[in-house]
Design a protein around this ligand. Structure first.
Ligand SMILES: Nc1ncnc2c1ncn2[C@@H]1O[C@H](COP(=O)(O)OP(=O)(O)OP(=O)(O)O)[C@@H](O)[C@H]1O
Length: 247
């Protein structure tokens, strides 16, 4: 069995003359919580889309759950979960309907859907809300539900693109309890974030600057290397020289 959840070597994506992802190489261990950091426009989403089998690299190589990103995109999609701020639950379906919808897409049987759906609603304490439209829920609950739905099929890896944007630190912390639980159950977590408190919760993090990975290590080692007290300082030391900014 491949011990690495993700391997990538020299992964590059060009849009015309512009190099959005510039020759990145790294590995993510099975069961690891891997933080993928970078300033706006650094290339995180572009890299993540290639790893999720949603876009072809221009060059380089990568495998996700053991499947090649050039030739096995469909196998990759079957073995991962995905959640982002922009692509998430249907606001005009109820909590239950969303669970049924996504569980169905992920190939769960009716029996599994019922069992897993009830378990999930109980775990999140949404018993009173299960018939409410998702659009009526507070953002923090929507995020927890979206994450739970993204792993309802117990994927090998879950990709989270800024999953906790816009909520307070306490709610973010609760979300991270769910992430730890998923990791404990054997799911590898690949997460992008702009919040440095979240970076501290990861086993290892990489920091992208202008399409390249400029640093990759545990939060403790990075702080030591950059003689920094906090991950904020590490991030600033690396990202202040960036040429790209948000679009
Ligand atoms: N389809 C595309 N065509 C041309 N340029 C693109 C395309 N997609 C992304 N880019 C550019 O590639 C760069 C990296 O974008 P990307 O969205 O990957 O960054 P990011 O690190 O995810 O940023 P953010 O944190 O703001 O989401 C940006 O300069 C962006 O404008």
């Amino acid at each position: 069995m491949n011990e690495k959840a993700i391997t990538c070597k020299g992964l590059t994506k060009r849009f015309g003359d512009f190099v959005a992802v510039d020759n990145i190489s790294f590995e993510v261990n099975t069961g690891e919580i891997f933080g993928f950091l970078g300033a706006n426009g650094a290339g995180k989403t572009t890299a993540m889309r290639m790893l999720c089998g949603l876009s072809y690299p221009t060059s380089g190589e990568a495998a996700v759950a053991g499947y090649d990103v050039f030739t096995k995109q469909e196998s990759i999609k079957k073995n991962i979960g995905y959640m982002s701020q922009k692509f998430s639950l249907y606001e005009n379906l109820t909590v239950k309907e969303n669970i049924r919808f996504y569980g169905g897409i992920y190939g769960l049987t009716n029996g599994e859907l019922k069992e897993k759906g009830e378990g999930l609603i109980n775990k999140l304490g949404l018993q009173g809300e299960s018939k409410k439209m998702v659009g009526e829920l507070p953002l923090g609950w929507k995020q927890k539900l979206a994450f739970s739905v993204a792993i309802i099929h117990q994927p090998k890896i879950v990709f989270l693109d800024e999953p906790t944007g816009g909520v307070d630190p306490v709610t973010r912390r609760q979300f991270w309890d769910l992430i730890y639980e998923a990791a404990d159950s054997g799911i590898t977590v690949f997460v992008t974030t702009h919040y440095m408190d979240e970076a501290e919760y990861c086993n290892r993090i990489s920091i992208m600057v202008d399409g390249r990975i400029d640093a990759l290590d545990t939060p403790a080692s990075l702080k030591q290397r950059y003689r920094a007290e906090t991950m904020d300082e590490v991030f600033y030391a690396l990202a202040r020289g960036a040429k790209r900014s948000a679009d």
